[in-house]
Design a protein around this ligand. Sequence first.
Ligand code: ADP
Ligand code: NA
Length: 316
Amino acid sequence: MRPTGPLHIGHYFGALKNFVEMQEDNKAFFFVADWHALTSDYADTSRINEFVDEMVLDWLSVGLDPNKCTIFRQSQIKQHAELHLLFSMITPNSWLERNPTYKELQQEISTKDLGNYGFLGYPVLMASDILIYRPNWVPVGQDQLPHMELTREIARRFNYLYGETFPEPQAKLTPAAKCPGLDGRKMSKSYGNGIFLSDTMETIAPKVKSMFTDPARLRKSDPGNPNVCNLFPYHVLLTDADKQNEIREGCKNASLGCVECKKIFMQSLEAFLAPIHERRAAITKDYIHDVLAKGNEVARKNAEETMRTVRQQMKL
Ligand code: ADP
Ligand code: NA
C-alpha cells in the first residue's frame, strides 16, 4: 500500500482483513510502498516519513503483528530496484500501455503529472515487489487484478528465458473486494469519500448522514431496495446476522427508514472501531520505528536470497 494518507474501511474490508488472517499460517510480508508514492507525487515529499509511520500505525491498529509477519519499507530494500531494472528489460511496452489504471488516469483531468517513465513502469516495480518474495498469494482488492495478471506474465517470461525461478502468484480477494464510498463510487483516498480507520465517531457522524442510500427511496413510507443501497453492504460486513435480516426486511417493507438504519450502522461501526482505536492509542513512534527496522532486515535477507538466484540464472 502506498503511504499517501490514512487508510479507510474499504482498505480494511478489501485487503487488510486478509493481511490479518494470512499472517497466521503463512510466511507473510507487508510493505509500505514509498517508491510507488513517488510515481504521481514526486515534487512534494515533505510528508512521506509521516505517512509511512501513519500507515504502519493503521496496520498495527487492525491487528497486524510483527511477531507473525514481516512489516517493512520498500525503499530500504534496494534489491527491489535491481529486480525492477532486470524485469524492465524483458517487459514489452505494449503490456504497460494496456494497463487499465494507466489508461484511465491518463484520460482523467489530474493535478498530478502522470506523463513520466516511473508511472508507466510502476506495474513492473510492483511485479518486482511481489516476486522478490516468491509468494503464492497476494492479498489485494479487485482493482489490483490487472496488476496481478501482469506480474504472472512477467514471471512466466522470466522463467521461459532464464529457467524456472518464480512462482505465478494469485490474488487473494476478500468477499468485499470493492467497497463503495459515501457517494457510491469506490471508496478512495483521492475521492474524499472515505471513513477512515482513525476517524473518531464525531468525525464519522456527518459522513454517515451524507451517505447515499437507495436513490429511489424519497421518504420513509417508500419501500427501499438494499441491493442498490451503499450502506447495506456495510451492514453485511459489520452488523450481526439477525439484525441484518431485520434491516433488510424493514427496508423492503418500509417499516425501517434510512435514518434509523444509519443509527444502527453507527453502532456497528463503533463496535468495530473501538478495539482498533484502543490498540492505536497504545502504539508509540519508537515502537513503529523498531518494527520497521527489524522488518527491513528480514525482508532484505529474503530479497537478497532471491536476487542471488536471479543473477545466477541470468549469468550476471
Ligand atoms: P495504493 O495503495 O496503490 O494507493 P489504494 O490505496 O487504492 O492503492 O489501495 C490499497 C489496497 O487496498 C489495494 O489492494 C486495493 O485494492 C485495496 N482497496 C482500496 N480501496 C478499496 C475499496 N474501496 N474496496 C476494496 N478494496 C480497496
Ligand atoms: Na506468519
